[in-house]
Design a protein around this ligand. Structure first.
Ligand code: FEO
Ligand code: CA
Ligand code: CA
Ligand code: CA
Length: 657
């Protein structure tokens, strides 16, 4: 069935990608042997899986209606829009009655007074100009209201750069200026926006406009601040780091700050020919993707072996205070952090959930020691909670085969986390959180991405995007939580804490196994009730209790093989009360859909369109930068640009209702 939709940009013929790297699949460094106690080899269980639904999922669907009630005041079905068809168009497609507006593409000046260099369509902006403009490859996105749902701030992550697009001539020749521009295109943007006559506009100049780049000074706080492993020649105190890298997902805190995850930071560093076991466990290997070390020696780990320890943290920024110093929160542990999502316990403590997006890595949570403090006494809420995330307990998740789970505390001196095992102090535990989790027996997951918390039902959802190595020779086999071998499709797992969000035990099940029921391979069919999809990445709970799922199928496999019927990456709405999944938005060729955020009244959805035109082969060809996608400008001879999109209903109503 082909359903109508409204598009930005012209229709595009069928796109036939060749083969590309899925950037996020690069890292797989977990060779520890801890998950064997969870491995499931029960043939009966596999039979159930071939039937399209896991045991845990069956239990979930039977009990779901009782568990996920509608929030107060919400009546009738949650999904009130007409779902759209899969699309291969080089366009953003939304349902009938909706309009998607491009806002804040890569290169747009963010709006710093007196420093607003115009976007150069040939990518000739300098590094200094790029540092004043929207970065590249928008990812995590949060709307922070200033004036109801009419004016606010957008905090946008810029995950990585494609240097084939970023510079005229791409990486030929490779220069110090290009390294500086790549670093300036990373990080986070804060922009001010307002709604006028139904359209969002950037407010420029704005006192809030700000860029954080790979060169911005960050304070280090928490137990690993000042640790010996954090000290470098440039920072002998180990308390001040230049820059944030590979910022992927994000979350707002109840005190008005934004948390952002430093994800695949290992790829920026260049180790020796013989990396240490510690470096190998963290995925450090020679790579030719960034080549920053050729002009910036701090990314050469032979010369600066501690510099990698200064990345892989959750960073906290206060978008309301443009003079505030951003902070790396070491108490939350070091990881390839996808992002960070906050829940609040009944007694007012913060619980921060975070997945580590790398094959066979872990799910974490941090429980603050102290309660969230209100603003007052001359302090903003952000200032009143300036050290809240510096004190507390970090846990790694173990998903047991009976549907129960345990949060295992990463506390130095407890269990195996002793000096004899390499954990002389708590800083060691946090900096080597992977090794600590290996020792504790956390469950090795299929690449944990975004985590969303539903405060009404108290379900915590986590996207496990895919793990094609699951069950392959030399790799861990399936287990109860990661039940499919060669898991190309991914799944969404969810749990409810026993007691409060701070508890140490939980019950879990599979919310949905992604896939296409038309596939021959049983493991690629899934159990989606509604529109088929693959590779869930972004998760967001909308104001009406709808779970929004953004997908990230790598361009190597997009619209190929088992993905052939799924179209471009997309955003789907899921009603947690029924399990129904309905396709809401489809992105341009090669793009990932990420960063779903709403105005408080639910009438605008902001999403980020990341890496349109992602090359199926490698980085983009500088000689033909628009060959796969030319979205959103469609300028002759132009290049694709990641961008934020604002989606509104033409009648001004609530999105998805
Ligand atoms: Fe950056 Fe895990 O996606
Ligand atoms: Ca992601
Ligand atoms: Ca991607
Ligand atoms: Ca991803």
């Amino acid at each position: 069935m082909h359903r109508a939709g409204h598009r930005i940009g012209p229709r595009h013929g069928l796109h036939r990608p060749r083969h590309a790297q899925d950037f996020c699949t690069l890292e797989e460094s977990n060779r520890s042997s801890n998950p064997s106690l969870h491995e499931v080899s029960d043939p009966a269980r596999r039979t159930v899986l071939r039937g399209g639904m896991s045991v845990a999922a069956t239990v979930f669907f039977a009990g779901m209606a009782a568990c996920a009630g509608k929030p107060p005041g919400v009546a009738g079905p949650r999904l009130g829009f007409k779902g759209i068809a899969a699309s291969r168009a080089d366009a953003v497609v939304v349902p009938e009655g909706y309009t998607a507006q491009v806002l804040a593409p890569w290169g747009e000046p963010v709006g710093i007074a007196g420093a607003m260099p115009a976007w150069a369509p040939d990518a000739s902006n300098s590094a200094a100009e790029q540092a004043l403009q929207m970065g590249m490859h928008h990812d995590g996105l949060q709307f922070h209201a200033l004036e109801g749902s009419r004016r606010g701030l957008l905090v946008s992550n810029h995950e990585y750069t494609d240097d084939g697009l970023l510079h005229p001539g791409g990486m030929q020749p490779w220069t110090a200026e290009k390294v500086a521009k790549s670093q300036a295109a990373h990080g986070i943007s804060v922009i001010e926006i307002e709604l006028e006559a139904g359209r969002w506009q950037m407010v420029r100049p704005s006192r809030y406009a700000r860029r954080f780049t790979a060169g911005t000074p960050f304070a280090v706080s928490g137990p690993a601040a000042g640790h010996a492993l954090m000290k470098t020649a440039a920072d002998p105190g180990g308390r001040r780091v230049l820059g944030t890298l590979n910022n992927c997902a994000s979350g707002m805190t109840p005190w008005g700050t934004c948390l952002s995850g430093e994800e695949n930071w290992a790829g920026y560093f260049h180790p020796s020919d013989q990396p240490t076991a510690h470096e190998r466990r963290w995925g450090l290997r020679k790579n030719q993707w960034y080549r920053w070390h050729e002009y910036d020696p701090r990314f050469d780990t032979v010369r600066h072996p501690n510099e990698p320890h200064r990345f892989g943290w959750v960073v906290e920024i206060d978008p309301m205070d443009p003079t505030s110093v951003p902070v790396k929160r070491t108490a939350l542990g070091r990881a390839a952090h996808e992002g960070a999502t906050v829940a609040v316990t009944g007694d007012g403590r913060a619980v921060v959930y975070s997945g580590e997006d790398a094959a066979f890595e872990y799910v974490y949570k941090f429980v603050s020691r102290d309660r969230i403090r209100p603003a007052g006494g001359g302090l903003t809420a952000a200032q009143a909670n300036a050290d809240l995330l510096d004190h507390g307990t970090l846990y790694v998740a173990r998903f047991d085969a009976d549907g129960s789970g345990r949060w295992l505390p990463l506390v130095q001196g407890q269990g195996p986390l002793t000096p004899e095992r390499g954990f002389a102090d708590h800083g060691d535990v946090l900096i080597k959180a992977r090794q600590a989790s290996d020792a504790l027996g956390g469950t090795k997951m299929d690449r944990p991405e975004w985590i969303a918390v539903d405060p009404a039902s108290r379900w915590v959802y986590c996207a496990l995007t895919n793990n094609s190595a699951r069950g392959a020779s030399g790799h861990p086999g399936t287990d109860a939580a990661n039940p499919r071998a060669a898991n190309t499709m991914g799944h969404v797992i969810r749990w409810q804490e026993e007691g409060d969000f701070g508890g140490e035990r939980f019950r879990w099940n599979h919310f949905v196994l992604a896939g296409d029921a038309a596939n021959e391979r049983a493991e690629a069919r899934g159990n989606v009730d509604g529109d088929a999809f693959a590779c869930p990445d972004t998760l967001a709970l909308g104001p009406r209790g709808v779970l929004w799922i953004g997908t990230d199928v790598g361009s190597r496999s997009l619209n190929q093989g088992e993905m052939a019927r799924l179209g471009n990456n997309q955003l789907l709405a899921c009603d947690p009360a029924t399990g129904e999944v309905r396709r809401f938005l489809v992105g341009p060729v090669g793009a990932e859909i990420t960063g779903c955020s709403f105005t408080p009244d639910g009438t605008t959805m902001f999403v980020n369109i990341q890496h349109p035109g992602e090359s199926p082969g490698d980085r983009s060809d500088a000689a033909a930068p628009g060959q796969h996608s030319n979205w959103p400008d469609f300028r002759p001879g132009g290049r694709p640009r990641s961008a934020t999109v604002a989606v509104r209903r033409n009648d001004g109503g609530v999105i998805g209702a």
